[in-house]
Design a protein around this ligand. Structure first.
Ligand SMILES: NC(=O)c1ccc[n+]([C@@H]2O[C@H](COP(=O)([O-])OP(=O)(O)OC[C@H]3O[C@@H](n4cnc5c(N)ncnc54)[C@H](O)[C@@H]3O)[C@@H](O)[C@H]2O)c1
Length: 254
């Protein structure tokens, strides 16, 4: 087991790739603290982990609220004695909108969750990781930090900034045994994309376009993301810090 005895915090783990990662981390021996705004999703993730013999706790947490994120990290130390790793995963999409029609409210909302939420996760995890003698941070950026099709300016801006944040923190804390990396998923089969597709006049055409821009010709799965997060969170990646790991089915190679 690659996370035996470890304690992990995962935001946005009620659904999608966060949930897949929480389930995998628990199977690999970690106690998992799940934070999400979706109470039902978070509670059912805990139930699924416990039914499989794992350890997990859910706290309602809106990552755009600093106090919520501080409480989430504190819960890991209070309930399980320490923190070894955090996956800052919670995020929202921007409904496809021409950039000159994006309102300040929409821009702030996406940045508040995707970027500020990731910052809060890093900020509050770092002191706990230092108390632990070190650990790992994995931030969920996106392929959109590198490749875009337009109509998602707040989302792509937030994910590009998450890459910069990842590099800053990797350098700042490298000598104190904290490794900080990001993942850059391509199009992954989760509710986020299903919601986005449904907004279009022809959802099937949107999904076909996603397959067409992906050399492997399909969407990725939450499990495929979870495996890469496990790699970056665990000792398997002990000489890796400050990177963004593309899991994009070859998209950026085009
Ligand atoms: N799906 C993709 O193709 C894709 C690609 C690249 C990156 N990502 C990123 O992956 C991450 C997970 O996305 P997903 O596809 O699994 O989406 P999802 O919608 O299936 O899951 C996201 C989870 O985050 C939670 N969440 C939303 N706002 C929150 C908040 N303010 N505080 C706490 N939790 C919140 C949701 O309730 C949900 O459980 C996001 O950061 C997303 O931007 C997704």
């Amino acid at each position: 087991m690659r996370l035996s005895g470890k304690v992990a915090v995962i935001t946005g783990a009620g659904n999608g790739m966060g949930r897949s990662t929480a389930l995998l981390f628990a199977r690999e021996g970690a106690a998992v603290v799940i934070g999400d705004v979706d109470m039902a999703g978070g509670q059912s993730a805990v139930a699924e982990i416990e039914a499989a013999g794992g350890r997990a706790t859910f706290l309602r947490c809106d990552v755009s609220k600093e106090a919520d994120v501080a409480a989430l990290v504190a819960a890991a130390e209070q309930r399980y004695g320490k923190l070894d790793t955090i996956f800052n995963n919670a995020g929202i999409e921007q409904p496809v909108t021409p950039s000159d029609q994006v309102t300040e409210e929409l821009f702030d909302r996406v940045i508040g969750i995707n970027l500020k939420g990731t910052f809060f996760g890093c900020k509050h995890a770092i002191p706990a990781l230092l108390r632990n003698g070190g650990g790992t941070i994995v931030n969920n950026s996106s392929v959109s930090a590198f490749a875009n099709v337009g109509g998602n300016i707040s989302y792509a801006s937030s994910k590009g900034a998450v890459m910069s944040m990842t590099r800053v923190l990797a350098i700042e804390y490298a000598r104190r045994n904290i490794r900080v990396n990001a993942i850059n998923p391509g199009v992954i089969d989760t509710d986020m994309n299903r919601r986005n597709a449904k907004l279009a006049a022809d959802p099937a055409a949107v999904e076909e376009k996603w397959r067409a821009i992906t050399p492997l010709g399909r969407m990725g799965t939450g499990d495929e993301i979870a495996q890469t997060v496990l790699y970056l969170a665990s000792d398997q990646s002990s000489f890796v810090t400050g990177i963004g790991l593309l899991i994009d089915g070859g998209r950026v190679a085009t």
